[in-house]
Design a protein around this ligand. Structure first.
Ligand code: AMP
Length: 540
């Protein structure tokens, strides 16, 4: 295993492959070598320190995939800061919660993207920005936040622009970076990502240099990555899939990082794979489905593709076969993991027999232990289902400010393991659904819908969907004498919850299926709704 820090990884890449492509972002006209990426990241690091941020401070990154994401990732690491990934789909309440949960002192933010007006959200959360000096914000609702850096070119009161902060550094501040590098411990926290437990409120999984770098490195070995590879990354950078299995995996091997766009779009991804002769592609299952379904799919020359990772949600066997045959990704692998485990715990090998490559999530990665246990925590027999638990270097430090992590990470996923160690994910014991690769925690949506005075009881479940894997259904019992429509409930959520959390289906019911102990049987509800929907669409 590697005993180095994130900034150490970039130092090594810049010295081994100075002039090879590090990052290509076609829609931003960016093509940086490893040497240039290092220089730019260090310039940003000195600028961040000059704004008053100190080693150990948390700095949020609120932006879709663009070149500046890599500057933030490596720049914060050079400055000894802890980078906090913020989902760019977040709305105001979610953003406020995330920034305060981990006490972000700094924030780098996109100005706007699609329907999100980030500057507007921040100005409404912190009206004090209007009169604050840059780097010295004191806002009632964001008490820890001092420095806001925006990625636009216009002047905005109370905020630095990235250009102001990341100008070329003088010699003396660069020496400060060397001093910080000497002090950094690779077992210390370097990154925080939000993921939810069953409580509804997102928890802040805290990862170390050692977790992420070694996870990326083990996976790179399986993909047989070298500096000749070029990885197309349509998955978001705010998630481990992008910033560990994308950025760090490339930085440890010298491979080029290629962003096909700010957010996933099938056509531009296919175009960029061809134009940049990408050898590898990562994606959640729904991304591969969208690319294969693209009306122009046949036109693209994908012959440069060789490998990549499909992960993040159950990967259907048929889809894997199409990716191997039609996308020509002969060595594609399936990965299984979660944010709390840096992310990967298992992965298939390109040499595994084909049935195992398409039908399992592979075996435990090197240095990672897996056990499958029953409700009493005892290991089940081979091929029997139980909760998958993970122990090893890849397990996070813990949730920020939420006590210590057990040595075993309980994943909430139900799995089986065969005699040779191959794992199959067969279900989930946690109350979570995955819509198009985005995890959705029903409790969070239920809590929000309870703020609607017409709602007496609400249960949110996932129902099968051919495009997104699962879709969100909200089942609502209205209060006495109340009336409402599905559109009204969806409208109530709009602007308050991220778009992917807004229920696609809203059902009004009189009662819920209950256990004898008075608990709602969500699995029965799920089956009833799936049945009702399939009858409606005439597919059953
Ligand atoms: P996240 O923390 O966002 O990475 O989500 C982790 C969850 O995604 C896991 O606990 C699983 O429920 C699910 N997941 C990830 N990879 C796979 C996979 N290959 N097959 C089935 N489920 C997966």
């Amino acid at each position: 295993m590697l005993g180095i820090t994130v900034s150490g990884v970039l130092d090594a890449a810049a010295s081994r492959w100075p002039d090879r492509d590090a990052l290509v972002v076609t829609d931003q006209d960016v093509r940086w070598s490893w040497k240039e990426l290092r220089e730019r990241a260090r310039a940003l690091a000195t600028g961040l320190l000059a704004t008053g941020l100190n080693t150990g401070d948390r700095i949020g990154m609120l932006a879709p995939n663009r070149a500046e994401w890599l500057l933030a990732q490596f720049g914060s690491a050079y400055a000894g800061l802890i980078l906090v990934n913020i989902n760019p789909a977040y709305r105001q309440a979610e953003l406020e919660y995330a920034l305060n949960k981990v006490g972000c002192r700094g924030l780098i933010t996109e100005t706007r993207f699609k329907s999100s007006d980030y500057i507007g959200m921040l100005q409404s959360l912190a009206p004090e920005l209007a009169t604050a000096s840059c780097g010295d914000l004191h806002a009632e609702r964001l008490p820890a936040l001092r420095t806001v850096i925006q990625l636009g070119s216009e002047n905005i009161p109370g905020m630095f622009s990235l250009e102001q902060v990341a100008g070329r550094p003088a010699e003396e501040p660069l020496q400060r970076l060397e001093a910080i590098a000497q002090q950094l411990d690779f077992d210390a926290a370097v990154n925080i990502q939000f993921t939810s437990g069953t409580t509804g409120a997102p928890k802040a999984a805290t990862l170390t240099h050692h977790n992420m770098i070694n996870n990326a490195r083990m996976s790179a070995d399986i993909l047989r990555f070298t500096e000749k590879d070029r990885l197309c990354i349509p998955v978001p950078m705010y998630h481990c899939f992008g910033m560990v299995l994308g950025t760090l995996l490339c930085a440890t091997t010298g491979a080029a990082i290629v962003f096909p766009g700010a957010a996933f779009e099938a056509k531009s991804t296919l175009q960029v794979i061809e134009a940049e002769a990408c050898t590898a592609l990562h994606g959640v299952p729904t991304m591969f489905i969208a690319m294969l379904d693209d009306p122009g799919f046949e036109q693209y020359d994908l012959s440069s593709l060789r490998t990549g990772i499909m992960a993040g949600a159950p990967c259907p066997v048929e889809l894997m076969r199409e990716v191997i045959d039609d996308m020509q990704m002969s060595e594609v692998t399936i990965g299984y993991g979660m944010t709390e485990t840096g992310p990967l715990s298992t992965q298939t090998l390109p040499d595994d027999p084909i049935e195992l490559r398409v039908g399992t999530v592979g075996r435990a990665l090197a240095h990672t232990e897996i056990k499958i246990v029953d409700e009493d925590g005892l290991i089940v027999a081979l091929d029997q289902p139980g909760e998958l638990c993970v122990r090893g270097y890849n397990v996070m430090l813990g949730y920020w400010d939420d006590g210590k992590q057990d040595r075993w990470m309980h994943t909430g996923d139900i799995a089986t393991m065969d005699e040779a160690g191959y794992v199959r994910i067969v279900g989930r014991s946690k109350d979570m659904l995955i819509r198009g690769g985005e995890n959705v925690y029903p409790r969070e949506i239920e809590d929000f819908l309870y703020t609607n005075p017409k709602v007496d009881q609400v249960e949110v479940v996932g129902v099968p969907d051919p495009k997104f894997g699962e879709e969100i259904a909200a089942c609502i019992k209205l209060g006495e004498g109340e009336r409402a429509t599905a559109e009204e409930i969806q409208e109530f959520c709009r602007g308050q919850l991220s778009y992917f959390k807004i229920p696609r289906y809203v059902f009004f019911v009189e009662e819920f299926p209950m256990t004898v102990t008075g608990k709602v049987q969500k699995f029965v509800l799920r089956e009833q709704l799936a049945e009702e929907l399939s009858q409606k669409s005439g597919t059953s």
